[in-house]
Design a protein around this ligand. Sequence first.
Ligand code: GLV
Length: 329
Amino acid sequence: MTARMKPPVLVTKKLYPKALELLQATADVEYHDSRAGLSADRLLTKAKGKVGIVCQLTDKFSAEVLAELPDLKVLSNVAVGYDNIDAAAAAERGVLVTNTPGALTETTADLAFALLMAAARRLTEAERFLRDGKWGEWYIDLLCGYDIYGATLGLLGMGRIGQAVARRAQGFGMKVLYHNRTRLDPAVEDALDAKYVSFEELLSESDFVSVHTPLTPDTRHLIAAAELSRMKPTAILVNTARGPVVDEAALAAALDKRTIAAAGIDVFEREPEVHPGLLAVENVVLAPHVGSATIATRTRMCTMAVENCLAGLRGERPPNLVNPQAWKG
Ligand code: GLV
């Protein structure tokens, strides 16, 4: 088979090499070998004429962009969240959209737990204090925070990642509450020792609230000023899901006024911008969207995205199709 006979595929950003090689073996790949994404204009120019695109969460595929890509068959996102893609509009055009669920569950749950612990024990604040040469003498209330062991954890969203966080919480003797669109099977609730509660109860009863919902029109600003005001003044909010699920301005105000105690935040409303109010307060641990950032997990995500893309190009139903309406099988 000559290179010209291979299906044209765009890779919008740097991928781990193993995945790229897998794709190159079968497809005629235009590879944007850069950590920096393409501008919207360049993305569109390069995407035209491609039947497959392996994209990342910084690439936006709106209905308008998709309308300009009549040749496109598979849009494969290297992420579990796919709010950067209008999957319904893609389905109307017969474009298969895929994601990478499962690959990053445990890694992201690890980071949620790390942020929870770092915020509770004021770890980054403590490090700043030490590095700034402020450590003089040990004293009784130096950088005292909150206990994790035995505390109540409220999981907002109880999909794969929420459940993985619940398993970690068991090791810390935590009481686990959760709220989800649909209640889990009682056997799963039992195995996780997790209690289903209303959203209001989750907010008012939890010492830690950890967000694990996808970003949809229903979850945008799910946690805003009113919800923050229902939380305990000692509560800690963790968000490793998507930034816009939390109203960042309201969160910054709540942290500043200490109507909640602290937060651990990995995702932001307008990445890579961070609300100045968050940068101004000490009681928040901030990370630059690194929930799934381990070498093994990111390698797995890239490979999974390429496998999804290749399956779609072979005319098979991709294993991780998120818009099944697009599948004409
Ligand atoms: C990362 O944020 C992902 O959705 O995979």
